[in-house]
Design a protein around this ligand. Structure first.
Ligand code: AMP
Ligand code: ZN
Length: 115
């Protein structure tokens, strides 16, 4: 828990979100500014600034994030067309919220390499 963190405030319920899944390890909610028909953020309940720090602090928590994202992808019906999981890290990657979050994106084709 970090006092100034937007996503910690979503976890505590101080800031509302369109929650699609919650369990003992993760919270998942729809991105407020979706970049695809399905755009869901899957976050650990513990505050760490990025995926690599989470992996260093609690490797199993990264597995929980990916596993939850896979289940949500199935719920959203995007497994067969395909989907993308993204961890933006740092300024060059466009990270704006410094609480680890997995972007689950689907429902349209994506370019590769990314822009
Ligand atoms: P990133 O740029 O990788 O740090 O991703 C942060 C994401 O959080 C962006 O896609 C934002 O649209 C999203 N976001 C910011 N504020 C909120 C909010 N209050 N509820 C849901 N998503 C949000
Ligand atoms: Zn946080």
């Amino acid at each position: 828990m970090s006092a100034d963190c937007l996503f910690c405030k979503i976890i505590t319920g101080d800031i509302p979100a369109d929650v699609v899944h919650r369990d003992a390890h993760v919270l998942a909610f729809r991105d407020i500014d979706p970049k695809a028909p399905t755009h869901i953020l899957v976050i650990p309940l513990e505050h760490t600034p990025n995926a690599a720090s989470l992996a260093a602090a609690d490797p199993a928590a990264v597995g929980e994030l990916v596993q939850a994202a896979g289940r949500i992808a199935a719920d959203e019906g995007i497994v067969e067309p395909g989907y993308r999981m993204v961890f933006n890290t740092g300024d060059d990657a466009g990270q704006t919220v410094h609480h680890t979050h997995l972007h689950l994106l689907g429902g349209r084709p994506f370019d590769w390499p990314p822009g």
